[in-house]
Design a protein around this ligand. Structure first.
Ligand code: NAI
Ligand code: 13P
Length: 328
């Protein structure tokens, strides 16, 4: 199911670069496509991606290109562009049937589709898998130990790709629950914004722990309704990633929330951000998708109200605390 050729990575942001680095650490050749010529030039000439992963010396086994046609030589493709741009990027690629390993965390706006559904539409001939889990890019690139979920509907493909992508510091756990793996990664970004708000507003660690637990309940309600399995949501790509991003200011989503909690506006915070905080784009889509199914998601609704400017921090906190008491 995999083909000969270098491992291809589509996307030269922090995560694409970190994945290229860890995969090249075993001596594999990696071909990385970035749309930004300066990123390509810096990687090839100086072995660094100063725009997105500064200070990390990159392996000699990584070659960068801004020519999409070069990616046809790759044996498989890790797709690491932001979720809202994935359809457009894949549509520019002439597929050769290479397996696609989707690494973005989000839900497509307007269509409400998960990334594997988007990929199937954009590249119908390619087998699709999802890689997700608690994975801060700078730690993965630095060779710190990391475990991920590698999900494909055909379990044999998941196991095969897990074998091909495993490295001494990167442990993929195979799964056949693609929906569960994707929903965990998409929803945790929204919940990380909420945890950042708690931090920024100085509401304390008790409140943050409560939010993680109630947020996980939201993730589970939504996930089960879409066919995810409970054990996937409680695994690396769900609860594992939720705990990581809800407890660190290194998370871009958490830091966006922290700014909101300090009373800054979403428009200001997002205006000159070069790096992506996927939760800001996922939140309204997630809320629409939940409402369409009659699923209650109060934390997600609060994040949406803050992001749109409809409510301020104090209003949101009061509204959450005033919700009717009910059984856990
Ligand atoms: N950074 C991390 O630690 C992790 C990130 N991810 C996910 O990986 C995906 C990519 O994130 P990062 O690499 O961190 O991004 P980043 O924030 O480091 O960089 C942004 C990337 O988006 C690209 N981009 C911006 N506008 C674009 C457009 N209009 N069309 C195509 N590409 C565009 C930029 O060229 C750049 O490659 C996201 O879905 C993120 O949630 C997943 C796991 C870990
Ligand atoms: O997905 C991530 C870690 O698993 C990265 O989180 P942020 O995008 O919030 O930085």
């Amino acid at each position: 199911m995999t083909q000969a050729g270098p491992i291809g990575v589509l996307g030269g942001g922090a995560w694409g670069t970190a994945l290229a680095q860890v995969l090249a650490s075993g001596g594999s050749d990696v071909l990385l496509w970035a749309r930004n010529g300066a990123v390509v030039g810096a990687i090839n000439a100086h072995r660094e991606n100063p725009a997105y992963l500064p200070g990390m010396r990159l392996s000699e086994h990584i070659r960068a290109t801004d020519e999409m046609s070069d990616m046809r030589e790759a044996g498989m493709l890790l797709v690491v562009t932001p979720a809202q741009h994935m359809r457009a990027i894949l549509s520019r690629f002439s597929p050769e049937g290479q397996p696609l390993i989707l690494c973005a965390k989000g839900i497509e706006a307007v269509t409400h589709k998960l990334m594997h559904q988007v990929a199937r539409e954009a590249m119908p001939g390619s087998p699709v898998a999802v890689l997700s889990g608690p994975t801060f890019a700078h730690e993965v690139a630095a060779g710190l130990p990391t475990a991920v979920t590698l999900a494909a509907e055909e379990e044999a493909l998941a196991r095969l790709l897990a074998d091909v992508l495993a490295r001494p510091t990167l442990r993929p756990y195979a799964s056949d629950d693609v929906v569960g793996a994707e929903i965990g990664g998409a929803v945790k970004n929204v919940l990380a914004i909420a945890c950042g708000v708690v931090d920024g507003a100085g509401l304390g660690q008790n409140a943050r722990a409560a939010l993680i637990a109630r947020g996980f309940a939201e993730m589970t309600r939504f996930g089960l309704a879409l066919g995810a399995r409970a054990e996937t949501l409680a695994g690396l790509s769900g609860l594992g990633d939720l705990v990581l991003t809800c407890s660190s200011r290194r998370s871009r989503n958490f830091s966006l929330g922290k700014g909101l909690g300090e009373g800054r506006s979403a428009a200001d915070l997002l205006a000159d951000r070069r790096t992506v905080a996927e939760g800001a784009y996922t939140a309204p889509v997630l809320l629409e998708a939940a409402r369409a199914r009659g699923i209650d998601m109060p934390v997600t609704a609060s994040v949406c109200a803050l992001l749109s400017g409809e409510q301020g921090v104090n209003d949101v906190i009061s509204a959450l605390l005033a919700r009717p008491l009910r059984a856990e």
